[in-house]
Write a protein that binds this ligand. Structure first.
Ligand SMILES: NC(=O)c1ccc[n+]([C@@H]2O[C@H](COP(=O)([O-])OP(=O)(O)OC[C@H]3O[C@@H](n4cnc5c(N)ncnc54)[C@H](OP(=O)(O)O)[C@@H]3O)[C@@H](O)[C@H]2O)c1
Length: 303
């Protein structure tokens, strides 16, 4: 039976890993919130603040060969307000210190390390980014994730994966999920605003989770982008949701990034939050779904 250690198991991506590993042994690490599924013989959950070392915390006998590190402090605005705190900021601790602690654990117990990362390591000036493009983050979140990536690359661990995704969406779950935000506004408030001048390769959650598991099974290592195969603006996404929910299209008000976020916060966002997933396709043979296909998958599960 496959065995995995997953950090951030209570978060949006971590909890979806649980959904697609029904028959695997999972040791899940959470911090403030227990995961949405119950522990069992095959699932052990342990509470641990990853900003403190892991070495003696997990059962040493744990023989999972891989740690999937989803835990992070992934909020652009919350990270930014603490930029001037530098290494004392929650973003530095949650993204950099926590990753160093996971690296130390993986080195000590010879585990493969999979780090979840983000398009925010790039500036968004280019139309699309490949794995070899130069990093140049606009925001403190992206900067701390970029430092975490560099720690992994320079850690001496040869068997690592760094997987960058872009704005993950999917059915239910917890944490960040743009679809749920839109549906809540449209259904409960009867209207929403949506941005027209930002392009995003929205990524269906199963492409990230199942894609990472495929990379692990394939013994792949290095940096990979997993991103949706259709680029759209948040406004186009909102219109697609309206059509699917049979809600009048004029319930969505098109706005610019500056109108939506304000001028200071708009500068933190990527104009083109677009990653190229060609290397992932060539390595695994898996083509990520388009936004239209992803939305259909959500409605097929929850008609
Ligand atoms: N969601 C996206 O659209 C997206 C896109 C690209 C990349 N990513 C990357 O994917 C990863 C996961 O994102 P997500 O959306 O799943 O985030 P999320 O829903 O906000 O979940 C974050 C997780 O990290 C845990 N955590 C935070 N601080 C911790 C600490 N000090 N010690 C232990 N655990 C801690 C949280 O635990 P508690 O809840 O228990 O406190 C939670 O389980 C991140 O690295 C992010 O950069 C996400």
């Amino acid at each position: 039976m496959d065995k995995y250690i997953i950090t951030g198991v209570s978060g949006f991506i971590g909890s979806h890993f649980l959904d697609c590993l029904p028959n695997s042994h999972v040791l899940g690490i959470y911090h403030q919130n227990p995961p949405p599924t119950r522990p069992s013989d095959a699932r052990i959950y342990t509470r641990h603040d990853l900003t403190t070392p892991l070495n003696n915390k997990l059962p040493i006998a744990n023989d999972s060969p891989v740690v999937i590190h989803c835990a992070a402090y992934p909020h652009i605005n919350k990270c930014e307000v603490e930029r001037n705190l530098g290494r004392e900021s929650l973003a530095w601790k949650g993204n950099v210190v926590a990753t160093q602690n996971v690296i130390d654990y993986c080195k000590k117990f010879k585990k493969k390390l999979v780090l979840l990362s983000t398009e925010c390591v790039f500036s968004g000036e280019k139309e699309s980014y490949t794995e070899t493009d130069k990093k140049n983050p606009n925001n403190w979140y992206g900067y701390t994730k970029s430092v975490a990536e560099d720690l992994v690359v320079n850690s001496g661990i040869s068997d690592f994966l760094i997987v960058r995704g872009v704005v993950a969406y999917g059915q239910d779950g917890v944490g960040n999920n743009i679809i749920q935000g839109l549906v809540n506004n449209l259904v409960y408030k009867g209207k929403t605003k949506a941005v027209i001048d930002q392009k995003i390769s929205f990524t269906y959650i199963d492409d990230i989770t199942k894609g990472i598991l495929a990379l692990i099974k394939n013994n792949s290592s290095g940096i990979f982008h997993i991103a949706g195969s259709q680029i759209a603006t948040p406004y186009e996404l909102a219109l697609k949701m309206c059509r699917r929910l049979k809600i009048a299209l004029n319930k969505v008000k098109p706005v610019t990034m500056v109108d939506f976020f304000g001028s200071d916060e708009a500068k933190l966002r990527l104009k083109n939050a677009v990653l190229n997933a060609q290397k992932f396709l060539e390595t695994t043979g898996r083509k990520t779904v388009s936004l239209d296909e992803g939305i259909e998958k959500i409605f097929l599960r929850y008609p």
